[in-house]
Design a protein around this ligand. Structure first.
Ligand SMILES: *Cc1c(COP(=O)(O)O)cnc(C)c1O
Length: 400
């Protein structure tokens, strides 16, 4: 059975993006080598002409190194499979993917709607670049009525993130896409949470998916990368290609090689992180010190029904508010020994972030509780150890 005939992601991820057999020897390496090259050499001008004609016809036939050679092509193929897309641009970070995923579809005078629970640095793209380019961004509660009311004649893009950052707010993406389509908006979704394994915005009708490969795809906290994946839509693919070319983004073959290595274990890592995340969410829900837990796989989460309907899995991300003072909550974080204090997530290791209120005060989903808010990433440690660490730290938090 070939990989292409399997419906199972685990099988596909083990067989996609392998090196071609050498036509002479019939042999090939199992692991695609990192093909580092800044340029491509042609045997004759006729060969160069053929490459350029193929390129003009839309084929991936590099004549220069910026977009990468076979190693990059292999990872692009994996992203297209993960996200069920037609075209993938690899970029140097998740933030670069966010910026490309918006900039590609707008020009001076256009308006973009962003769901208000999106990753906070999107607001830095807005204030740091979009405003100066004359692109106006407004933030909207991610429900159909609010989005409908916020659409203007010059609105071109609806940018979403589901589940939203920090509180894992599930959006009704198919309903939001339906409103956007009525107004011919391009829909873009940040799918770092799902990374093609747990969630697929393109399958839910979204046009473009942006992913921070830095997180679960790379999976080992050792590289920065992003991807912009476009569905079967020639005009949108062309817009991404042109804008990407103009911005000059390029990704190192070594990082691509590491990401490909990460991909081989993506599904088992995400399953394990998700199982640990759910165990931690259940444990925390039962603690008197915990006010509320945010994790869509938890049946008590308000997004649980949408998660069951639209997601194909979960991950290790959860947040919770504490019935403790800010000082006690800080003591709790400092007392953890298995959770590293740090931003980011999706690696093999557990992490904790003390969420500053200004990061969620702009989310319509946040109940503006004054209780301290903590975000965890459950890594691949044994869940009993993670729970023991949380138990110990909660006890320390309450000591005078
Ligand atoms: C981390 C993250 C990004 C940005 O990725 P970087 O590679 O760190 O630039 C974008 N979106 C979400 C949801 C993220 O968590």
């Amino acid at each position: 059975m070939s990989q292409s005939s399997s419906r199972h992601l685990d099988t596909k991820l083990a067989h996609l993006g392998l090196a071609e057999f050498d036509p002479q020897t019939g042999a090939a390496p199992v692991a695609m080598p990192a093909m580092r090259s800044s340029t491509v050499r042609f045997r004759s001008l006729e060969d160069l002409d053929r490459a350029q004609a193929a390129q003009a016809a839309g084929e991936r036939r590099p004549a220069y190194g910026r977009g990468g050679l076979d190693t990059h092509a292999a990872l692009e193929q994996v992203f297209c499979e993960l996200e069920q897309g037609q075209y993938c641009a690899l970029v140097p970070s998740g933030m670069a993917a966010v910026a490309l995923g918006i900039t590609a579809f707008v020009q001076h005078g256009d308006h973009v709607l962003v769901t208000d629970s999106a990753y906070a640095p999107v607001r830095l793209y807005d204030s740091g670049l979009a405003k100066r380019l004359g692109i106006e961004i407004t933030y909207v509660a991610p429900d159909v009525a609010s989005v409908r009311a916020a659409i203007r004649p010059n609105t071109k893009v609806l940018y979403m993130e589901s589940p939203g950052s920090l509180l894992m707010q599930m959006l009704d993406v198919p309903a939001l896409v339906a409103v956007a389509k009525e107004h011919n908006l391009v829909t873009v979704a940040d799918n770092t949470w799902g990374s093609g394994y747990a969630y697929r915005p393109l399958d839910l009708g979204v046009d473009v998916s942006v992913i921070a490969a830095t997180k679960y795809v790379a999976g080992h906290s050792d590289l920065m990368m992003g991807a912009v994946v476009v569905g079967d839509h020639a005009a949108l693919i062309s817009a991404v290609k042109r804008t990407n070319y103009a911005l000059g983004y390029s990704v190192s073959a070594d990082d691509v090689w590491l990401a490909l290595r990460g991909v081989r274990t993506l599904s088992i890592r995400m399953r394990e992180s998700a199982a640990n995340g759910l165990k931690l969410a259940e444990f925390l829900s039962a603690q008197a010190e915990v006010e509320r837990v945010f994790h869509p796989a938890l049946p008590s989460d308000p997004g649980h029904a949408l998660w069951k309907r639209d997601a194909t899995g979960s991950n290790g991300m959860l947040a919770f508010s504490l019935n403790l003072s800010a000082e006690q909550a800080r003591r709790f974080v400092n007392a953890l020994t298995l959770f590293g204090i740090g931003y980011s997530w999706g690696g093999f290791e557990s992490l904790v972030q003390y969420v500053e209120p200004e990061l969620v005060n702009t989310h319509s989903y946040w109940n503006h509780s004054t209780k301290p808010l903590i975000r965890l990433h459950a890594g691949l440690e044994h869940p009993d150890d993670l729970i023991a660490d949380l138990t110990h730290a909660l006890a320390i938090a309450k000591t005078a």
